[in-house]
Design a protein around this ligand. Sequence first.
Ligand code: SAH
Ligand code: F3S
Length: 489
Amino acid sequence: MEKIINEAIQGSTLTVEKNNGKRKLFIESYGCQMNFSDSEIVASILAKEGFDTTHLLEEADLVLVNTCSIREKAELTVRKRLEKYNSVKKINPGMKIGVLGCMAERLKSKFLEEEKMVDLVVGPDAYKDLPNLIEEIDAGRNAVNVILSKDETYGDISPVRLQSNGVSAFVSITRGCDNMCTFCVVPFTRGRERSRDPQSILSEIEDLVAKGFKEITLLGQNVDSFLWYGGGLKKDFEKASDFQKATAVNFAKLLDMVAQKFQSTRLRFTTSNPQDMTIDVIKVMAKHDNICKYIHLPIQSGSNRILKAMNRLHTREEYFTLIDTIKEYIPDCAISQDIITGFPTETEEDHQDTLSLMDYVKYDYGFMFAYSERPGTLAERKLDDDIPLEVKKRRLAEIIDKQRAHSEYRHRSFIGKTVEVLIEKESKKSDRHWSGRTTQNTVVVFPKEHYQIGDFVMVRIDECTSATLLGKASPSALKGETFTCTLKA
Ligand code: SAH
Ligand code: F3S
């Protein structure tokens, strides 16, 4: 779906204050990792326009909020933030306020007309137009660009790493989504699916590795559907030349290339839609030690009838086969889920199907939501949001309880084992402990001793909570040290 709206609307006449030529940008992100990653692209584009980032809202010349439309609650959170910015703007009238991301795309110029809370509205594919749009608002006009693109991947922009721990970074590899799950607003707000040139992915990772980053997550709404054939939309692949088809790079190939080239770097990827995950990807994961043994594999519902109504193009049985295949090739692979409860027409029997599916998989983690009707989606147009809130809440609580029990079950299985942990930061609860993650993405907290952020440390697990493993670095715990000792012995 192509949406062409690029207009400047007469509005506020305030000018943006200048600060010795440098202006201050306050940028906040809500929603998925892709939004956080996009904000780094925006910061990079605006750095070239003379903007430095600030963490202080009060001193900002430009406030940008990167927004999420996935559930109604996410939009309400953003509206509260806009109220906050506007209260600060009363004290600092030179401040300009802009909305980026999915809400910008969904509401477009309505945002300016109805809300009167913002000066600038920019959709997810229009960030390169920001310099022009800033000129518009500098000239006292409001500005909107929400064009969705066929080929924009921002592959040529080197993101500024915002609030980075210097250890782990996200690299986006696809944009948009073609799957059209009936509950989901993403295909409308982020447009059709397109993949990024593998060479630009490799060079961004090379740059991150040179800067000391130790873990890279390849990011996309639907990573397993990655397909590079020289540019263009995924849906136009059939029209590609024989040469383009023969030299195309799919996700399994990309993952293999990256893992091969950066053997000392941990690799992760997210998100995988079960219908697009191939055995080749699983084999590549099994082949490379540096690809983390963790797959986020949303299921949404355990009922075949509901999966069909959601336009998820696989059955419960096919999902079980996929899980069995993953565990066959990678026995210690952690798996996490997204589940939506209370989709229209969901019966108690459908809900029981979801619970029994969870019992089969015993997910390591999960992200669970009550269905939220989103304007413009097929579900909103064709189905009544007919499950009462109380029922949604009760079913959600049952799903969350089950997940908690399964997480604990999975975590307990680590007790007594020694696992490799990449240290990311100080533990939130204690300044004498580090916090890091295992290959399975489980958080581990252990005493700091002489270790540093960015070290790979072997940690013996002694205890666990439902969310965290607790342990102690084993003697000669640095990964390299263990290896040297083995050689000497
Ligand atoms: N493929 C995407 C999915 C984005 S949405 C990704 O990269 O994560 C993340 C999750 O939000 C979905 O898997 C789904 O479980 C949930 N979700 C999406 N639309 C929803 C809705 N209308 N109501 C409730 N949950 C929703
Ligand atoms: Fe949304 Fe389904 Fe794509 S959940 S992001 S339409 S895979």
